[in-house]
Design a protein around this ligand. Structure first.
Ligand code: SAH
Length: 252
C-alpha cells in the first residue's frame, strides 16, 4: 500500500497526526527532497529505506514502490505542503491503479496557508474578495491559454502564485495587465514556516525590485490583492450581533 502524505509547508510540527503515524510505521519513504524538511525523516522507523524523489523519474519512483510491495512493505510518498497542489500525484495514483497497488492520501498544510499565517492575513475578507486564485506563471510547464496570468488578474481577487518567484519581472508585468494597479498590496514569502522564512511586503509596482533586493528566486510564494492592505473590509455577518444564525439568535 502507498500512503501519499502532505508534509506541510516546512515546520515539522505542522505535519498532521495521521501523517506522523504513517511516517512512524513506514516500510519505505520517498520524499520530495527539494522542499520537504529533512527533519521529518527523523520520524522514520530505524532502518527504513529513504529515497529523495528530486533525483528520480516517475518510473524510478514506481519501481521503488513495486520493490517495497514485493517485500510486503508500505511506502509513504511524502509531498510538500498538500499533495493536491502542484504535487504531480495524479500520474502516480493512475499508475498505481494500473498496477493494482492500493493507495490513500493524507492532506497537509499547503504553503499558501503557511504564507498567510506568516503574514497574519485572511484571503477572504468581506467587501474585499471572496475568492482565492491559486495559479502560476507559465514556465517549462505551460499554463492553458484561458488561464494566462493577465486574464486571472482581471478579477482583482486575492491571488497566490506558486512556482513563479524566479520570474518576478514577468509576474509584475502580467499582473498589471489585469485589475491590479501599481499600488495594489503584494508580498513575497520565502520558505514560509521554516527557520529561514523571509517576508517581503511590497506592492505590485515594486514586486520585481523588492524581490531582487531580497535575493529571492525560488521556494517562495507571491501573494497579491487588497486583502493585504490596511482595513477597507466589512465585518463578518457570522459574528454580527444583529445577525441570526443556525446556532445563535440575534441580540440586537
Ligand atoms: N504542494 C505544495 C506546492 C508544491 S509546488 C504546497 O501545497 O505548498 C512548489 C512551490 O510551492 C514552490 O516553488 C513555492 O512556490 C511553493 N512553496 C512550497 N513550500 C513553500 C514554503 N514553505 N514557502 C513558500 N513557498 C513554498
Amino acid at each position: 500500500m502507498v500512503h501519499f502524505v502532505g508534509a506541510g509547508p516546512g515546520a515539522p510540527d505542522l505535519l498532521t497526526l495521521r501523517g506522523a503515524k504513517l511516517l512512524g510505521e513506514a516500510g519505505c519513504i520517498i520524499y520530495a527532497g527539494s522542499l520537504v524538511n529533512p527533519a521529518l525523516l527523523e520520524m522514520a522507523p530505524e532502518g527504513c529505506p529513504i529515497y529523495n524523489s528530486a533525483e528520480m523519474t516517475l518510473e524510478q519512483v514506481l519501481d521503488t514502490i513495486r520493490a517495497a510491495e514485493a517485500d510486503g512493505r508500505d511506502t509513504v510518498r511524502l509531498h510538500t505542503g498538500d499533495p493536491c497542489v502542484y504535487g504531480a500525484i495524479r500520474e502516480q495514483m493512475d499508475a498505481l491503479d494500473a498496477a493494482g497497488i492500493p493507495w490513500d492520501d493524507t492532506p497537509g498544510v499547503s504553503s499558501f496557508c503557511g504564507a498567510a499565517a506568516a503574514l497574519g492575513a485572511e484571503y477572504t475578507l468581506p467587501g474585499v474578495s471572496q475568492s482565492v486564485i491559486i495559479t502560476r506563471l507559465a514556465g517549462r510547464t505551460p499554463v492553458p491559454e484561458k488561464e494566462s496570468l493577465a486574464s486571472m488578474a482581471s478579477h482583482g481577487a486575492s491571488m497566490v502564485l506558486f512556482l513563479s518567484s524566479g520570474m518576478l519581472p514577468q509576474v509584475q508585468e502580467e499582473l498589471l495587465k489585469g485589475d491590479y494597479t501599481p499600488d495594489t498590496p503584494a508580498a513575497i514569502v520565502y520558505k514560509a514556516t521554516w527557520p529561514e522564512e523571509k517576508i517581503v511586503r511590497c506592492t505590485v509596482g515594486t514586486l520585481a525590485a523588492k524581490g531582487a533586493e531580497a535575493g529571492i528566486r525560488k521556494t517562495a510564494l507571491v501573494l497579491v490583492g487588497s486583502f493585504l492592505g490596511q482595513g477597507g473590509y466589512e465585518r463578518s455577518k457570522l459574528y454580527d450581533p444583529s445577525f441570526t444564525t443556525e446556532y445563535r439568535e440575534a441580540s440586537l
